[in-house]
Ligand binder design. Structure first.
Ligand SMILES: *Cc1c(COP(=O)(O)O)cnc(C)c1O
Length: 394
């Protein structure tokens, strides 16, 4: 059995999405910036996609800027805001549990001396306290960036509440909504944001395409210089097929959201319930209330996450230990450490991220396999055997 439980790393392109894109690779290949009929035909598809996406986000078409994905959108929002600011000292406020696309951008700006960055702490459920945002704001603040939902442990932030505080002070508010797009309702007005990043491959669209929503009136420095595409704000030949694919993928995601969220929530809660009941020294990272429908993040005492990941892989089950971007390094997840998870338990964590096509059968198979693997690995753990002998093993 093959089970893909790594939908937070990337998702499969929907068949309908692939079909919508195909003509734009071959038949309708004109450059949307060209004035002739080939170009105009492509431009029509791009315009329609922009309108569709804007409507789904409660935005205006000219507030949508296509980019190469979530990473570029995050870079652009922060660097663009800092570099466009007239503030003498430039402060950025963000959280300690952002995606590397955001954190590394902030670190680069600190290093170059372009900005000072305040990293807000989170509670053990991974939530930012809006009161902390208010306290951190000062006259130098250029932009506040807090992710809509966390990619590792699924915490859903009080974005709208934070937006009210930030925008009330005349400061820009950005959210990385990449991980939230498939399961949460994203309306830029309800969320109270000026800037929002999305990436198509996290909601069953193609890789290499994303967008930055930029509220009318917001001015950012350009990140990519060159031609006049995207109203002169983001250069590079317009990627017609991928844009068409992203619009189709978002349309499907919103259309089927209620059903998919219900399905994934049921599987998630069943999985968590069984894991906590049937596996000793198994802990849920993050809370149960404000959590993405598809996210499960568990730690297993006395075992390395990598060992579990590789054993599951041998059984055809794909998961992630920590975030996909930091797998391969031995650093424990910065997100789990920020939640106050002990280093050993952070090392033993596994993220299971469900998808709309995940079945109950796959979940049963995964839990049963997981139990066997945890038992076997613990059998080889000297620490666990000491624990067992001293009698605290239940
Ligand atoms: C995947 C992800 C990104 C990066 O998006 P890409 O399109 O892969 O560059 C950024 N932020 C979050 C929260 C993500 O999950």
């Amino acid at each position: 059995m093959k089970v893909y439980l790594d939908n937070s790393a990337t998702t499969a392109v929907e068949k309908e999405v692939l079909e919508a894109m195909l003509p734009y690779f071959s038949d309708i290949y004109g450059n949307p910036s060209s004035l002739h009929s080939f170009g105009r035909q492509a431009l029509k598809a791009v315009d329609e996609s922009r309108q569709k996406i804007a409507a789904l986000l409660g935005a205006k078409p000219n507030e949508i800027y296509f980019t190469s994905g979530g990473t570029e959108s995050d870079n652009w929002a922060i660097k663009g805001a800092v570099r466009a600011s007239k503030n003498k000292r430039r402060q950025v406020i963000t959280s300690a549990i952002e995606h590397p696309a955001l954190l590394e951008t902030c670190e680069a700006l600190e290093k170059s001396g372009e900005a000072e960055v305040t990293y807000l702490k989170v509670n053990k459920e991974g939530l930012v306290d809006p009161a902390d945002v208010k306290k951190a704001l000062n006259d130098d603040t250029v932009i506040v960036s807090i992710m809509t939902a966390n990619n590792e442990m699924g915490a859903i932030q009080p974005i709208s509440e934070i937006g009210e505080i930030v925008r009330g002070e005349g400061v820009l508010f950005h959210t990385d909504a990449v991980q939230a797009a498939d399961t949460l309702d994203l309306n830029v007005n309800a969320l109270n944001v000026d800037l929002l990043s999305l990436s198509a491959h996290k909601f069953h669209g193609p890789k290499g395409i994303g967008l930055l929503y930029m509220r009318s009136g917001v001015r950012l420095d350009r990140l990519i210089n060159g031609g006049h595409q995207e109203r002169r704000q983001r250069a590079g030949t317009t990627n017609t097929p991928l844009i068409v694919g992203m619009a189709k993928a978002l349309e499907i995601s919103v259309r089927d959201r209620e059903r998919n969220v219900k399905h994934m929530t049921e599987l998630r809660d069943y999985f968590i319930g069984r894991a906590l009941n049937e596996i000793p020294y198994c802990y849920l990272n993050g809370g149960t209330e404000r959590r993405l429908a598809n996210n499960i993040n568990l730690s297993f005492g006395f075992i390395e996450g990598e060992a579990i990941l590789m054993s599951l892989d041998l059984k055809g089950i794909a998961v992630s230990s920590g975030s996909a971007c930091s797998s391969g390094s031995l650093e424990p997840s910065h997100v789990l450490l920020a939640l106050g998870v002990k280093e050993e338990l952070a090392h033993s964590s596994i993220r299971f991220s469900l998808g709309r096509d995940t079945t109950k059968e796959e979940i049963e198979y995964t839990i049963n396999t997981l139990k066997e693997i945890v038992d076997r690995l613990r059998g080889m753990s000297p620490l666990f055997n000491i624990e067992k002998r001293t009698g605290s093993y239940v």
